[in-house]
Design a protein around this ligand. Structure first.
Ligand SMILES: C[S@@+](CC[C@H](N)C(=O)[O-])C[C@H]1O[C@@H](n2cnc3c(N)ncnc32)[C@H](O)[C@@H]1O
Length: 652
């Protein structure tokens, strides 16, 4: 049964945005870490390096024009900072990738990291990537809802952190950065029909409830949803009806700025459909007061770039990530804003770009250095897009088992993002699949160093595999032991047991297989390996009792029986074997499958048998590695959730 939660309402005022705000408020950085909200395209190191390069050019220009004094602090404000990965990568790029000028900016930087979600902000500041900067006072956490005015008490520094000297923040910031934020602030969807004027998109929201559920007032249902805003699929599960309603623009927007920007935006297009981010435009206008003379408002977001893409009547619906909403933005809105307000604008115009950038500034035109800086950092070099393409292609190649190409792409990803442990992990994985075990060890050891204790990627397990395949068994034992300190996994126990067994450490091997069976009683390989160990120990004991090369008396019986069976099969002997023996044999055969070759060699001399045993053990190791690949793929799948982010980002 459907229950009406909200009668038709303009989209920007609908309860969907209350759920959106509540989601960001409660989810914290798991919104990104659990793959619900994409972030890699906006926050990767290569993309952050583009922005850091532009800031470096901007600061040089500010120094040249005397608008910034040598040695003066450089204040930056980031709004909607989310996970904080962008800030961390931006700071790192300034420090190491933008030459001496960038390093100097880094030294003088005061970076106000802000979000309206206190939970996200606190958790982001506690991440390994940001905590040292917070401690050093370089990153200053602040609560800020960009629908409020910073100078009017809207910007709150966390825990008494010291903000800029100018308490009203007027003319304070050299740069204000809004990364993937414009598209998440309430906006209106509008159609402009040449013949009829403006139409606004309204939404009607219903929720499905069980037919026998006790009726509840809509307000109570909304309150309950707001109390659990991180519930999976909560917003996606709503029934939303969209409709267009004719409405005079003066009524939609009493504020002339918005009417003027819209008029400029659709001028000459005929019928048009626009997602108009009035909330964000209000923020940009207000941010003018925050910017130091010559300071820049930098907007990075998804969407389209050509104004003509607005032409025609089309539907518009948000993307839903977690329980948040994201709307595609056409960057021509900034052309129209600049035209109406006289602000100066530089923006990327690459139709193929996955992310677009607009640099806006009131009053002061661009210097040649800034103009060139924009071209250099956003047009001539597109590292932010390249890293997305390299990682995507590498994954596809690995899926198609084109491992050498996958590895080449991971190598290129590492060149662009040298400190991302994920690329090293995957390069190591591809190198294992390619049979380049030593190379794999190098990638994995480097990656492990970069991950520095981060447990999301199991470098130790992969190193166990790679070193085993490189025949460095003592090293492999060491890595698997370390992997077990982090995760109690039956595959790791079993692999370790096999290595102990091959080193004649039978008691340790026994303990490993036993633990594997305890950790996961369904894990067949643990049981199989225990059986193999049991048979091996039994053979050894027989040799101890009877001398080298002695045959297993049970096996002799079996041999006789099988000769008999052969005869039976060939019609020489009509007599049937006893049923229980037959079933026992069948069982033995199944469990001894892997040993059948070895058993045949029972008749041969001791030396040969030992050689075979060794070979068998080695090949078992390899088999183990193969079966480990499955687990590996499982863990890849988990990581692939991150790669899904990329796909989402690309689709967003
Ligand atoms: C899509 S995420 C982007 C996060 C990050 N900038 C990135 O690029 O990955 C949007 C962020 O904006 C924040 N946000 C949403 N609405 C906001 C508002 N009105 N004021 C300030 N922050 C807001 C959310 O809490 C979230 O952290």
């Amino acid at each position: 049964m459907q229950v009406l939660l909200q009668a038709p309402t303009p989209f920007d005022q609908s309860i969907l945005w209350r759920f959106h705000d509540a989601y960001f408020g409660a989810r914290g950085i798991d919104a990104w870490n659990q793959g619900e909200v994409p972030f890699y395209s906006t926050s990767n190191y290569a993309s952050a390096r583009q922005h850091a390069g532009f800031l470096t050019d901007l600061v040089l220009s500010q120094l040249e024009t005397g608008r910034l004094a040598e040695g003066q602090e450089i204040w930056i404000l980031e709004v909607g900072s989310g996970l904080g990965r962008f800030a961390a990568n931006f700071l790192r790029a300034l420090e190491i990738a933008c030459g001496p000028a960038g390093a100097e900016v880094f030294d003088r930087l005061r970076y106000v990291l802000s979000d309206y979600s206190e939970r996200s902000l606190r958790e982001a500041c506690a991440t390994r990537a940001l905590e040292p900067h917070v401690k050093a006072g370089r990153v200053i956490p602040a609560l800020f809802d960009l629908r409020s005015r910073p100078g009017e008490g809207g910007l709150h520094f966390l825990d008494g952190a010291k903000g800029p000297p100018n308490a009203a923040f007027a003319s304070q910031f050299q740069m204000v950065i809004a990364n993937y934020v414009c598209c998440v602030v309430p906006l209106k969807n509008l159609q402009h029909k040449q013949a009829e004027g403006w139409l606004e998109q309204w939404v009607r929201v219903e929720s499905k409830v069980a037919d026998d559920a006790a009726p509840k007032p809509a307000e109570q249902m909304i309150d309950e949803m707001l109390a659990t805003p991180t519930r999976e699929g909560m917003v996606k599960g709503l029934t939303i009806q969209w409709e267009w309603r004719s409405r005079p623009l003066e009524e939609v927007y009493p504020k002339a700025l918005h009417r003027d920007v819209l008029a400029a935006l659709v001028r000459g297009l005929g019928d048009a459909t626009v997602g108009y981010p009035h909330g964000f435009i209000d923020f940009v206008e207000g941010a003018g007061e925050l910017l130091a003379p010559g300071g820049v408002m930098l907007v990075n977001d998804y969407g389209s770039i050509e104004r003509k893409e607005l032409a025609g009547l089309s539907e518009r619906k948000p993307q839903i990530y977690g329980n948040s909403l994201a709307n595609s933005i056409n960057y021509a809105v900034f052309d129209a804003f600049a035209e109406v307000t006289g602000w100066h604008l530089l923006r990327s115009r690459d139709k193929l770009g996955s992310l677009h950038t607009a640099a806006l500034r009131p009053g002061i035109g661009w210097t040649e250095r800034e103009d060139l800086g924009f071209r250099k950092n956003y047009i001539a070099w597109r590292g932010g897009d390249d890293i997305l393409d390299f990682t995507h292609t590498a994954r596809l190649c690995a899926e198609k088992k084109d491992y050498d190409r996958a590895l080449r792409y991971w190598r290129r990803a590492i060149e662009l993002e040298p400190e991302n442990p994920d690329h090293h992990y995957r390069a190591g994985d591809a190198a294992i699949d390619l049979g380049q075990y030593e190379m794999a060890v190098t990638f994995l050891e480097e990656g492990r160093g970069l991950a520095a204790g981060d447990t999301t990627l199991d470098f130790e397990f992969q190193l166990g595999r790679a070193t085993c395949l490189a025949s460095d068994y003592p090293a492999s034992i060491g890595w698997y032991e370390k992997a077990l300190e982090k995760e109690n996994h039956p595959t790791t126990w079993t692999n370790l047991g096999v290595l102990y067994e091959s080193a004649d450490r039978f008691q340790d091997a026994y303990r490993c297989f036993k633990t594997a069976m305890e950790v996961d009683p369904q894990y067949a390989r643990g049981r199989e390996r225990m059986q193999i160990l049991k048979d091996l120990l039994w053979r050894r004991k027989i040799e101890e009792f009877e001398g080298a090369g002695a045959k297993d008396p049970l096996r002799k019986l079996e041999d006789k029986k099988s000769v008999k069976e052969e005869k039976t099969a060939s019609g020489d002997d009509e007599e049937e074997p006893a049923e229980d023996e037959e079933s026992d044999d069948a069982e033995d055969e199944e469990s001894d499958e892997e040993e059948s070759d070895e058993e045949e060699s029972d008749d041969e001399d001791e030396e040969e048998e030992e050689e075979e045993e060794e070979e068998e053990e080695e090949s078992d190791d390899e088999d183990d590695e193969e079966s480990d690949d499955e687990d590996d793929e499982e863990s890849d799948d988990e990581d692939d959730e991150e790669s899904d982010d990329d796909e989402k980002s690309a689709a967003a």
